[in-house]
Design a protein around this ligand. Structure first.
Ligand SMILES: C[C@H]1O[C@H](OP(=O)(O)OP(=O)(O)OC[C@H]2O[C@@H](n3cnc4c(=O)[nH]c(N)nc43)[C@H](O)[C@@H]2O)[C@@H](O)[C@@H](O)C1=O
Length: 315
């Protein structure tokens, strides 16, 4: 069994590679020349291919060579604030990259299953009586990033219907754990605490909007879900991957602070506020559970402690 992971050097890609190697799957991953390699340097049994997904020729030759049975399409511009600063780049990167993959699969008549990493951000504005959110909820995206994910998902549907591609979109809610990029809120706060503990930074933790509510799953549960999505999911169907619980960003911060014995004050940085923020994301993952048996296993407290310890070893 051969798997291709786009964006293997990223946060989720590196965890997925570890998981697949544990299942004796042959793993090939795409990187770009500016990719950081620190998350995958320890993985000796993977093949790496330099590939710019926005370039159709590069993608075509990759797929002709690898001929994977499974594709996990994770590569994306995934930071919501960047999508306001560079909307065209986000849309181009996320949408064109995926179309190039679909076109190459079609052209080479590859019989593979394709998971596409879609997002709870697609739901965007959610009414109070719509939680926990089911897959049937309207999509009201609130950022260029969210729109790019809606486009990716609809293209998955269209290529499935038009050409029979076995596409399975996963709408994953927030996920975190060791190796989470430092821009994202959980890692950003954990890194600041680790720096304060080491005396590298004054004991003032900078924050944005603490009132938003998010549903966090551990990345190690998420990569298991991606494997199950391709093993047991139905092509053309979309699945929520979530914990079914949510907390405010303030509650998440307080949990992180409870692991530290430093006196830390919290200060809002207006630069960290967004033109529009999704107020609440709380997912219903029962459709995915029924299809695959998956449920999250790692408690949130453990995820956050592991993340803080990850940063304590690095700053
Ligand atoms: C499912 C979805 O999940 C992620 O998108 P996100 O929810 O935007 O993630 P985040 O960690 O940047 O923000 C979470 C919340 O936290 C608030 N917040 C407060 N203070 C800070 C702060 O200081 N930094 C950041 N980054 N956020 C802050 C911020 O305003 C927002 O309400 C991506 O993986 C995305 O790719 C994806 O698909």
């Amino acid at each position: 069994m051969k798997a291709l992971i786009t964006g293997i050097s990223g946060f989720v890609g590196s965890h997925l590679a570890e998981y697949l190697l544990g299942k004796q799957v042959e793993v090939t991953g795409t990187i770009r020349n500016r990719s950081r390699m620190d998350h995958i340097r320890h993985l000796k049994d993977i093949q790496l291919v330099e590939c710019e997904l926005r370039d159709p020729f590069s993608v075509e030759s990759l797929l002709a060579k690898v001929k994977p049975d499974l594709i996990f399409h994770l590569a994306a511009q995934s930071f919501v604030p960047t999508s306001w600063n560079s909307p065209v780049d986000t849309i181009h990167n996320n949408v064109a990259g995926q179309v190039n993959i679909f076109e190459a699969v079609r052209k080479h008549d590859l019989d593979c299953k394709i998971q596409i990493a879609c997002s709870s951000e697609e739901y965007g504005h959610v009414e109070p009586d719509e939680v926990p959110i089911k897959e049937t909820n309207p999509l009201r995206p609130l950022s260029p990033y969210a729109v790019s994910k809606v486009a990716q998902e609809y293209l998955g549907y269209q290529y499935h219907k038009s050409y029979g591609l076995k596409v399975i979109p996963t709408r994953t809610f927030n996920h975190t754990g060791p190796r989470r990029g430092e821009n994202f809120v959980t890692s950003n706060f954990a890194k600041q605490i680790a720096e304060i503990e080491k005396g590298i930074k004054p004991p003032v933790l900078m924050v944005g909007n603490l009132e938003a509510k998010r549903d966090f799953t551990d990345v190690r549960d998420v990569v298991r879900a991606y494997w199950l999505a391709l093993e047991k999911g139905t092509p053309g169907e979309t699945y929520n991957i979530a914990s079914g619980k949510c907390c405010t960003i303030r509650e998440m911060l307080n949990l992180l602070l409870s692991f530290s014995n430093k006196e830390i004050t919290v200060q809002q940085d207006p630069e960290r506020l967004r033109p529009s923020d999704v107020e609440i994301l709380l997912g219903d993952y029962s459709k995915f559970h029924q299809a695959t048996g998956w449920k999250p296993e790692i408690p949130f407290e453990q995820t956050m402690e592991d993340l803080l310890n990850y940063w304590r070893e690095r700053v």
